[in-house]
Design a binder for this molecule. Structure first.
Ligand code: 5AD
Ligand code: SF4
Length: 448
């Protein structure tokens, strides 16, 4: 979500005449796009702002803007920060060029956030976001040949630990024709992989001409678009609604990547209920069984929070058991971080001590690493198809074959990272690689 907002804002500002610089010291404007999901992310922004305050001593004309979730959450408190000129929430990003213009002209601080974020967004605001999204959502690719397309904004789920509904507002699904049109335009400029985005993207629904479009219908329609070769969607919230239809389209369409990111968060029913997640460990695992029955070799990824208030050692062990049973290809594991304003923060004490959270995260990561390692090993000596992203950021040693070529990185349809030597001209294209070495999260191979 955040990356997409950065792309949209960058594209809008380029069209308004700005150009991007990698050097903060020579920038006239510094924009920080922020996430509020965990406290750590917010602390990093505050430390950046401290640094910018310093730079502004010798560059008083520099405009600093904070955009995104933290802007919406902290509003005028953030505007009081000495370094900050503009605070702009996620629903106000279409105004960013105007806000900058005003800040330059009047040298005044500007605040643009939604006051009653929990209320349904107005038609006008939706329209502004829709126009902004379709106008700017087709440029500025981070990785050649790939693009993100928002299917829906916001979230209605109110998981008790989560800040998202309070900073991104209620769920709004974009009209299917706008999404499909955007994907067609992306295909026409050479995009090969599109990822549909939503906080609980599997619950996408849109009533049109007497029928309801689901995510399965969107994927099906997008599969017909010439030029698009891989379609992905993230993130799925465990739910019966549309589940079988979505798995069916994944099974039927060769373009829909066989990858499901469906966070469990915990394996304890007591904790799941305290998190306001509407499933049990058993029903969650049953969904995974159905996914695997419909789509053999599907890769499944999960998220977990350890140390949620009231989590006992038994609750935690239930999480370890679930993770082992689920056999995820990868899990994203976080320590519970109380977020001001959420139900968990208001009603529950952050009871699990820091050292216990630490011990649990280490144990769960180790259990996942063992599974990831086993699953990766299955790829030894096999051929995989990857979409090449570009130069590998880390330089891995012990790679044989084409030593004159740089080390490239790509991903399989099931989201495995593959590192191999090859010419840069492959960036943005598909390649076949034979795997010769594996690690839990990365496959290493030779171009064939
Ligand atoms: N503390 C820790 N992790 C959190 N997540 C969301 N809110 C919190 C929180 N308050 C995690 C969840 C979610 C992922 C995006 O971030 O696992 O799936
Ligand atoms: Fe947060 Fe739950 Fe919505 Fe995901 S589904 S964004 S965890 S409230």
């Amino acid at each position: 979500m955040n990356k997409l907002d950065t792309t949209l804002v960058t594209s809008a500002l380029k069209k308004a005449g700005f150009s991007v610089t990698a050097n903060v010291k020579e920038a006239d404007v510094v924009l920080i796009n922020t996430c509020s999901v965990r406290e750590h992310a917010e602390q990093r922004v505050l430390s950046h702002l401290g640094h910018l305050k310093h730079i502004k001593k010798s560059r008083p004309d520099m405009i600093v803007g904070v955009i995104g979730c933290m802007a919406q959450r902290l509003g005028d408190k953030l505007l009081e920060h000495e370094a900050v000129n503009i605070v702009c929430g996620p629903t106000q990003i279409p105004q960013i060029a105007d806000l900058l213009k005003q800040a330059f002209e009047k040298n005044e601080k500007r605040l643009a956030i939604t006051e009653k974020i929990l209320q349904k967004t107005s038609e006008m605001q939706n329209q502004a976001l829709e126009t902004f999204e379709s106008a700017h959502g087709i440029e500025d690719k981070y990785i050649p040949s790939q693009a993100f397309v928002r299917a829906m904004r916001g979230c209605n789920n109110f998981c008790t630990y989560c800040i998202v509904p309070y900073v991104r507002g209620p769920e709004v699904c974009r009209p299917p024709e706008a999404i499909i049109e955007q994907i067609k335009r992306l295909a026409s400029i050479g995009i090969k992989q599109v990822t549909l985005l939503g906080q609980a993207v599997n619950s996408y629904k849109y009533k049109k001409d007497g029928r309801t479009w689901s995510l399965a219908d969107l994927l099906d329609a997008a599969s017909d678009i010439h030029g698009i070769e891989w379609l992905r969607f993230v993130t799925s919230c465990p739910s019966e609604e549309f589940f079988d239809e979505i798995m069916q389209v994944m099974a039927d369409s060769p373009k829909v990547c066989k990858y499901l990111h469906m966070p469990a968060q915990s394996g304890s029913d007591k904790i799941l209920s305290a998190m306001n997640r509407h499933y049990s460990a058993v029903s969650y695992l049953e969904l995974l069984n159905r996914a695997r029955a419909a789509v053999p070799r599907i890769a499944i990824a999960g998220d977990f929070i350890v140390g949620f208030p009231g989590e006992t050692e038994d609750d935690f062990q239930a999480t370890v058991d679930l993770l082992k049973t689920a056999r995820y290809r990868n899990s994203f594991i976080f320590k519970y971080s109380p977020r001001p304003g959420t139900t968990a923060d208001k009603r529950l004490q952050d009871t699990v001590p820091a050292e216990v959270k630490q011990k649990r995260i280490v144990e769960l990561l180790a259990a996942q690493e063992k599974i990831s390692d086993e699953l990766s090993r299955d790829f030894l000596d096999k051929e995989v198809k990857v979409l090449v992203e570009g130069l590998s950021k880390k330089s891995h040693r012990n790679i044989t074959g084409s030593p004159d070529n740089p080390q490239l990185v790509g991903r399989t349809a099931t989201d495995y990272i593959v590192v191999f030597n090859g010419p840069m001209s492959l960036a943005g294209r598909f390649a076949k690689v034979k795997i010769i070495k594996t690690s839990p999260l990365t496959l290493f191979g030779e171009l064939i």
